[in-house]
Design a protein around this ligand. Sequence first.
Ligand SMILES: [Zn+2]
Length: 119
Amino acid sequence: MGRRKQRRSRQQRGEKAREAQSHLTAILMSPLDHPRDVVESAAVHLSKVSQRHRLSLPSNVRSRVCRKCWGSNSFTSQFRVRVKAGQRIHTCLRCGTIRRYGAGPKAHRIARVTGGVNE
Ligand SMILES: [Zn+2]
């Protein structure tokens, strides 16, 4: 890995990173328009760009990539989504990482009581 010293302004660097991010995000959001390996590498690339420049992942792709193996989860064959106890549970079928979204059963209970549906 050769590391060349490049003199670029901070601002320019951030701009380039964001540019790359939005480009990769676009690929991940429309996986059917691109060859599968392109989408796969876009997921890995996005992780590297985001980590290097310390940018947070755009919210729309956050649930589309596995944070552990950095595979693209745009394909249903590699990704399982189940709803359990009021939570959205995403399982990566490649590395087995489980991510949970949502606050769980109690969050729903409060909403239901105030809405007058329950009791
Ligand atoms: Zn994974």
